[in-house]
Design a protein around this ligand. Structure first.
Ligand SMILES: Nc1ncnc2c1ncn2[C@@H]1O[C@H](COP(=O)(O)OP(=O)(O)OP(=O)(O)O)[C@@H](O)[C@H]1O
Ligand SMILES: [Mg+2]
Length: 287
């Protein structure tokens, strides 16, 4: 099973919106998909369960060894999309987990044991480095990092690079890779263009070609507990997420680890090597 975590420790960068759109889009394209809500805010759960909180068992019970994953997974209104839900009790579970053996690897072990039938798993991460986040990082193959064009921070991405190195070194997940950086909430103005240029100069091959424009449709969709593609399928953000999906699916056959190097590299060197040429071109050259 391919496994993708949507992460960024910066709050409000578009993680949940991206995880929902990716997961629903994968299912729409015929790939049986599991959406894992790893955030005690439970926003992804509420959206996919029509505004209702999830009954136990949820992810917290799985992490504490009180339930098998298969018993906590349930279908959603979207055909082919199941959810492993979260609710506010996940925060307590994360604290309790600290007392348990194997605390960092419980999700990975539970997934291995479950042998789920899904083709892909998409995880919505919280904006904190909690034990739940650590469990996700230990369990997945790749990370997608939404970067809000308005709050882009170089230091935040440097921190991510360190996190990936630490996960590889200390959590035994040596093949974890950065699947890509996604610019979100972009505007058609100079400020967004400058940030996009900076990001592509520094991380060229890692930045998705697709970027998601700021649109009130996203908030309107979430207010109705719908994904943006369900609420406004022809809107600019829905089309952008569909473009992202095409890229993510196309890049699914890469070798593990091949896209982490540019994050480790000197950003100026990445730019000199053709970072501005964009992700697709750099990939073809590399391959
Ligand atoms: N492209 C967009 N245009 C307009 N609003 C957006 C867009 N993407 C996300 N939002 C809104 O921005 C807010 C934050 O988005 P989201 O919940 O996806 O971020 P997050 O990274 O998951 O936040 P948190 O760190 O709190 O989990 C939400 O209210 C969401 O509806
Ligand atoms: Mg979120």
């Amino acid at each position: 099973m391919r496994s993708i975590a949507v992460v960024n420790l910066k709050g409000g960068s578009g993680k949940t919106t991206t995880a929902l759109s990716l997961a629903a889009g994968m299912a729409r394209r015929g790939i049986r998909t599991l959406l894992v809500d790893a955030d005690s805010q439970g926003n992804a759960t509420l959206t996919m369960l029509d505004g209702r909180a999830a009954d136990p068992p949820t992810l917290g019970n799985v992490l504490l060894g009180q339930a098998e994953i298969a018993d906590a997974v349930r279908p959603t209104r979207i055909a082919g999309l199941d959810i492993l839900p979260a609710d506010s009790r996940l925060a307590d579970a994360a604290l309790l987990l600290a007392e348990h053996l194997g605390r960092e690897h419980r999700l990975r072990v539970a997934l291995e044991r479950a042998r789920l039938p899904h083709g892909v798993m998409v995880v919505d991460c919280p904006p904190q480095m909690s034990l739940v986040t650590v469990n996700v990082l230990a369990a997945v193959g790749e990370l997608i990092v939404p970067v809000d064009a308005g709050i882009y921070s170089v230091s935040g991405l440097a921190q991510l690079r360190q996190t990936v190195a630490d996960v590889r070194a200390y959590l035994g997940n040596a093949s974890l890779r950065i699947g890509g950086l996604l610019l979100t909430r972009t505007h058609n103005n100079r400020a967004t263009k400058d940030i996009a240029d900076q990001l592509r100069a520094a991380y060229g091959p890692l930045v998705f070609r697709a970027s998601v424009p700021h649109s009130v449709r996203v908030e309107e969709a979430h207010a109705r507990n719908l994904t943006v593609a369900e609420f406004a399928p022809t809107s600019a953000p829905a089309r952008a997420y569909d473009d992202l999906l095409t890229e993510v699916i196309a890049h699914g056959d890469q070798q593990p680890g091949d896209s982490v190097a540019p994050l480790d590299a000197d950003p100026t060197a990445a730019a000199a090597a053709g970072g501005r040429a964009g992700r697709g071109r750099a990939r073809r050259r590399a391959g």
